[in-house]
Design a protein around this ligand. Structure first.
Ligand code: FES
Length: 101
């Protein structure tokens, strides 16, 4: 996933950050990231879904074609908050808490 090289100075004017992720609701990546930050600030153990993010934004999924992108943004936000010793590859190898070989 592309990371904004100008973060945090130009957070709201960087093309990556202002990219429209949901064309049905005209929602930008910045709006989604800010919502994720706010939701995780209220409960760091929250299991976020695109529906939760949209509910907080006061919007609803229409075609839901953007949901995979929303999930990717959620995963990136969670990885940014996770201690560096655990990678997403480690998590993907696990299934229900039992490591898969
Ligand atoms: S693109 Fe987001 S609901 Fe359609």
């Amino acid at each position: 996933m592309a990371r904004c090289p100008s973060e945090p100075v130009l957070r709201h004017c960087c093309p990556v950050r202002t990219m429209i992720v949901c064309h049905c609701n005209i929602v930008t990546r910045t709006e989604i990231e800010d919502t994720i930050d706010a939701l995780l600030a209220s409960d760091p153990y929250l299991r976020l879904t695109p529906g939760m993010v949209y509910r907080d934004l006061g919007r609803r999924g229409r075609c839901c074609g953007c949901f995979p992108a929303i999930v990717a943004i959620i995963v990136a936000a969670m990885e940014a908050r996770r201690p560096s010793s655990t990678s997403s590859a480690d998590l993907l190898r696990c299934s229900g808490g039992v490591p898969v070989e």
